[in-house]
Design a protein around this ligand. Sequence first.
Ligand code: HEC
Length: 352
Amino acid sequence: MFCVTLKLRTIFCTFGLVFACQAAMPTLATGTTVRDAAAIEREVGALAAHLSKLCPIADAASQSAFDACRKGLFSSTQLVGALSPYTLWGRQNDLTTSLKDSVLTQLAPEALAGMYMPLFMFDGRYTVSYSAPNDLFLVKLGVGFRNRLQPGQFPYPFWHDANKWSTYENAKAMLFWIDPKTGKARIVQFTRLGEGSPAVPVQSITPPAFDGKWLWTDGEGKTQPAVTLFDGLFDAANPYKQGMDSAYRALALSLRESQCLQCHVPNNPQRANKLVLLQSPAHAAAEIKRLMKQVQLDRMPVDEFGLEESLEPGVKALLLERGKFFEQLVDQAYAWERGQQASSSAAAGSVH
Ligand code: HEC
């Protein structure tokens, strides 16, 4: 039954009309109903309007527009609800590489919503189609990229790779690949390919030279990129925010000693298909639960062939101790923010 209906759906959909999919909406054996095209279309329409409201077209250098967009997306349950618990993120390099073979980064929703997606401005335009080869809905959202922000506003120097920077800078669409079973995006890409032009005319910049550092200290002694320390997202009065910086720096010593940063860094030296990033406080914060589990279960580190390697007991114990301390601060920092939000909405409520 399932195969027949699925096949039918595929046939309908290869003719390109997304609404034809409704006719043969399959039901999975587990009883899960596959989302029909009309439901996806409705959800996507609402999401596109939401994104363009929170992150409208602005000057590509505007810090205030970026800050407002970032805060909005980071706290948006609608956006987080549209993403998978680990969503794959990356460039669309050409129109022929299959999704399966694309090199992508695994990002938790808070990392995507707090650091990557706010770098884009949304013009509210969107299209929805169904990709039969991938069995995913493809949503294209019209975007422009904030290429003229200060270097510390990017989660890492995208310009370490000229082609990567150029794709970001000239991006004109964000692609959400939506799983019909969950209605959530499994993959989000940005692209300079296809028809149309970026939502804002691009004034290219020459980015700074990349000196090999994913984290650096600026002239005022501040850790950069500032966005990786939740600057502008967490309140400056958050008592745990500062501690996360030093706790991460201690953890990073262990990550380096345990070879983790030979693989889990943006230039992806091992060419992992689904890269996990650990090179900054915010990236590690989003991965800390998985990180602790992998080390506790001796699943990480691995060697260049992917075979598990054991850590010396002392090295492992210190890594776990530093990881635990960092994890506690991250949890406390989030809890403090939630407490602030709850008390400010209670205060707002009491006015009426
Ligand atoms: C030789 C390269 C290499 C080294 C060294 C390495 N990893 Fe990994 N790690 C990988 C690859 C490859 C994956 C799988 C990603 C994928 O799905 O393609 C992975 C996956 C992970 C994941 C995600 C696991 C999940 O739940 O899916 C975590 C967390 C992680 N590594 C942490 C670490 C930590 C911590 C260290 C150091 C103790 C480490 N890794 C060392 C290559 C490496």
